[in-house]
Design a protein around this ligand. Structure first.
Ligand code: HEM
Length: 475
């Protein structure tokens, strides 16, 4: 239909919409269809269903532009790494890749560890009470503290200060952005503002970006001061013949510091830095909270797998309360498989898109210029023809044997190809650290059946019922 496209067919309630989309997709995948198309308002959308089509799309070095669903995000994230395209994206990706080098990620483990310990203190009051509580807000605040400290070098203590305006602001930005992208009529500016959401969005955007700008400004002052002192002492030590630490190895490894050092080479403006820091803030905490939350949810319903996780942790840590190190993380293979399997059933980013700027030959089909192409990990991850153990929760899907047998594009929670997730190692290390602390101290149980908690397909996959669990202290 004009203006509405196929959206009039969509269920209004988000739980029903999710169910409806699953139903449609399962009918088409059962018919082995490679792609289907839907109209969202005036926009044609093509949804790729088969991994061979998805591979052709994601591996392309030409199709790099994101679809319009992120449009509203541009006010916040600007043309940072997530949303830029063409040469700007290529240059940024090259500049930022070293920020995710394993030595930097290893230096973040102590931050994950510290915040994980605060997390277990925060939830500790529920252990032994047999009370069912929603653990999701606790996980989100922990992930937010981690991303703030790693990307900005700033502590906002969201775990202990729930009403921090920045914490509330980031939450609200995500809700309003999702609302905007789902309702095409909101794309008409007068309606967006008449609804009241437009004004609220603008105020929240200002609050959130002003916060980042202020942090950058303060950090920059400190950074320049530190650089000045280093060069002064280098000069004086040269005079005395003593060798001093160089700029790079004396730097504290927050992403922001790395960006500031790149700025010194004249490659980034203050606003470029703000965009990237906000991009990490946006991409880097709701995703990992969703991943950790669904893993706990799955393990709460699968005590045998939970026992194996605990056994593995006991082998690595024994009874000790010592911090978790990068070497420990390498040992936690079963926990990693449990996290990966939770991301199979409930991928934190339920879909991502590309805009066709020219006709694209995707194997045997031509996707026309102007279309937006959707890839949904949720769809391929649940396709019976692609997974040995498709129904239910089976960490053994990630055993070496099964990994080799599978189509490489059957598992794509972090996307793949040139625009894959730059933070995937960061994410897995963070999740393993936090969950290791959780299971060193607690067991988890749930009463609500696992599949009655629907994954709502928002920008991030969130549970329809939160994560209502009971935790029991192990020691
Ligand atoms: C479980 C956690 C995570 C998942 C499932 C995830 C998933 C994804 C996916 C699917 C994409 C591609 C999106 C698209 O094509 O539109 C992406 C891109 C990206 N992610 Fe992640 N992500 C996670 C964690 C993180 C973290 C922790 C960071 C940063 C600290 C991060 C930073 C980024 C950035 C900057 C991009 C854009 C990369 C580019 O276009 O070059 N992500 N992520």
């Amino acid at each position: 239909m004009p203006i509405l496209g196929s959206t009039w067919m969509l269920k209004w309630k988000i739980t029903e919409l999710t169910e409806q989309l699953f139903e449609w997709v399962s009918v088409f995948t059962a018919e082995n269809q490679g792609a289907i198309s839907v109209w969202v308002g005036p926009q044609p959308m093509v949804i790729l269903l088969r991994p061979d089509y998805i591979k052709a799309l994601l591996e392309s070095n030409i199709v790099l532009t994101k679809g319009t669903e992120y449009e509203i995000m541009k006010n916040w994230l600007g043309l940072g790494l997530l949303l830029s395209t063409g040469d700007k994206w290529r240059n940024r990706r090259k500049l930022l890749t070293p920020a995710f080098h394993f030595s930097i990620l290893n230096s973040f483990v102590s931050i994950y560890d510290k915040e994980a310990q605060i997390f277990i203190q925060q939830i500790g009051k529920y252990a032994g009470t047999k009370e069912i509580f929603d653990i999701f807000p606790f996980i989100k605040r922990c992930a937010l503290d981690i991303i703030c400290e790693t990307s900005m070098g700033t502590k906002i203590n969201a775990q202990t200060n729930h009403n921090h305006p920045y914490v509330k602001g980031v939450r609200r930005m995500n809700v309003l952005s999702f609302m905007y992208s789902r309702m095409p009529w909101m794309w008409i500016k007068p309606i967006w503002y008449a609804s009241g959401y437009g004004g609220e969005y603008d105020r929240t955007l200002k609050l959130v970006t002003d916060f980042t700008r202020k942090v950058i400004e303060e950090r920059k002052k400190e950074f320049l001061e530190k650089q000045r002192k280093i060069s002064e002492s280098t000069e004086s030590s040269h005079e005395n013949g003593i060798s001093m630490p160089t700029k790079s190895n004396s730097r504290k490894s927050a992403f922001l510091d790395l960006l500031l050092s790149v700025q010194e080479e004249g490659l980034l403006t203050d606003e470029d830095i703000r965009e990237e820091v906000d991009t990490f803030m946006f991409e880097g905490h709701d995703t990992t909270s969703s991943g950790m939350g669904w893993t706990l949810w799955c393990l709460a319903h699968h005590p045998k797998h939970q026992e194996r996780v605990i056994q593995e942790l006991d082998e690595v840590f024994g009874d000790s309360e010592r911090p978790c190190t990068p070497d420990d993380l390498k040992e936690l293979k079963y926990l990693e498989n449990c996290i990966k399997e939770a991301m199979r059933l409930f991928p934190p980013v339920p879909m991502y898109t590309r805009l066709m700027e020219q006709d694209f030959e995707c194997n045997d089909i031509t996707i026309p210029k102007g279309a937006t192409v959707f890839v949904s990990p949720m769809v391929v991850h649940r396709s019976i023809s692609l997974w040995q153990k498709c129904q239910g929760y089976h960490p053994e899907n990630f055993s070496e044997e099964f990994n080799l047998q599978r189509h490489p594009f059957a598992y794509i929670p972090f996307s793949a190809g040139p625009r894959n997730c730059i933070g995937q190692k960061f994410a897995l290390m963070e999740e393993k650290t936090v969950l290791s602390w959780f299971f060193r101290h607690f067991k988890v149980e749930a009463e609500l059946p696992m599949m009655e908690n629907y994954p709502l397909l928002q920008v991030i996959t969130v549970p329809s019922r939160g994560f209502p669990v009971k935790i029991i202290r192990r020691k």
